[in-house]
Design a protein around this ligand. Structure first.
Ligand code: SER
Length: 336
């Protein structure tokens, strides 16, 4: 019997690559992918079909779902926060207009298949905008509804698309069309993978610092040593995506969920990198814009709702993330 089909947009990105591998291990879905560039060669054996093209291309989106009965969409394609500040209009196009196209495609697909289409949207701590370091310290673990005042185009785009998804899920011409997008969003902390590097984000100093140390390359950090945000090990991010997409809709009381990993400062990451890779050359040369973005993000998140509604629990705290996942794997790659 054929398996249900899941579509992944932005499949070549960090989350996409890790998700494709996990889905292949678990074998629950046949996976179809879309990315601007052809899917990375090593991932191709894991997917049913892969498309290269732009999510702004409505005809391509329609063609994909005409050929594949996707009942789940992981919409990962996006321009991250630092890249978005360099070209805010392009970020808006990709992050907002692109998301609108993919939501519309999912809505049509739902009508065609006569069943809800589950839609996973990765949102971010960038939707928060703390006005000062004093307020950031005072708030501590932020709740979903606090300080939704992003200072980046990316944060604005993601916050708006959370609402767009909620609109499609609960209000969009539902009576007329009968279809339904079952929209579910996770606000991710900064992500750290042992296998891949992020591009265009502002939490990138975490993974960049660690990978540079492993490769014995000097690293000049673009935020100060005290900059603190929550991070998460990539395997937990993928587990959260799968937990939320599989969750019983009746248990989900919200469309948007914080999920927590571990709160850590740039200096604490540097110290862990120095302990693992003695002689690591890490210095600080803060970039005013990028440092102010990180300062505006919370130091930690309250993920009570995710724990209550879909049983979320992170597996990796800081010690386990570094000692059992990141450092052994990165060291293993280094020595071949
Ligand atoms: N990692 C993202 C960024 O830095 C935040 O979601 O832009």
């Amino acid at each position: 019997m054929s398996k249900p089909v899941a579509l992944i947009t932005g499949a070549n990105g960090e989350i996409g690559r890790a998700l494709i591998k996990r889905l292949a291990e678990e074998g629950r879905y046949d996976v179809v992918t879309l990315d601007l560039v052809p899917l990375a060669e090593p991932l191709r054996p894991f997917v049913l079909a892969s498309y290269a093209g732009n999510i702004m291309d409505k005809y391509l989106l329609d063609e994909i779902v005409a050929h594949h009965d996707a009942i789940v969409v992981f919409h990962l394609a996006a321009l991250l926060s630092s890249r978005g500040e360099r070209d805010p209009e392009l970020a808006h196009q990709v992050n907002v207009e692109g998301t609108l196209h993919v939501l519309r495609m999912a809505q049509n697909q739902s009508v065609r298949l006569g069943q809800p289409v589950r839609f996973l949207f990765p949102s971010t701590i960038a939707v928060y905008g703390l006005p000062s370091l004093a307020e950031k310290a005072k708030v501590g673990k932020i709740r979903e509804e606090q300080w939704n005042l992003p200072i980046t185009m990316y944060g604005c785009n993601k916050l708006y698309c959370e609402h767009l998804g909620r609109y499609f899920a609960h209000h969009y011409r539902r009576q007329q069309s009968g279809g339904r997008v079952d929209f579910r969003a996770i606000r991710f902390p900064g992500l750290i993978s042992a296998d891949t590097m992020p591009t265009g984000g502002t939490s990138d100093y975490g993974p960049e610092m660690l990978h540079a140390a492993a490769q014995k390359k000097p690293y000049s950090c673009f935020v100060g040593p005290d900059a603190r945000i929550p991070f998460m090990a990539m395997p937990d991010a993928i587990s959260a995506i799968l937990a939320l997409i599989e969750a019983n809709p009746e248990k989900l009381r919200a469309t948007v969920y914080n999920i927590g990993g571990f709160s850590i400062s740039a200096n604490e990451i540097a110290e862990r990198a120095r302990r693992a890779f003695p002689g690591a050359d890490i210095s600080y040369n803060p970039d005013a814009v990028r440092a102010s973005i990180v300062d505006s993000w919370p130091e930690d998140v309250d993920d009570f709702r995710a724990r209550r509604d879909f049983g979320w629990r992170h597996e990796y705290d800081a010690d386990r993330a570094f000692d059992e996942y990141l450092l052994p794997r990165i060291t293993g790659q280094k020595s071949g």
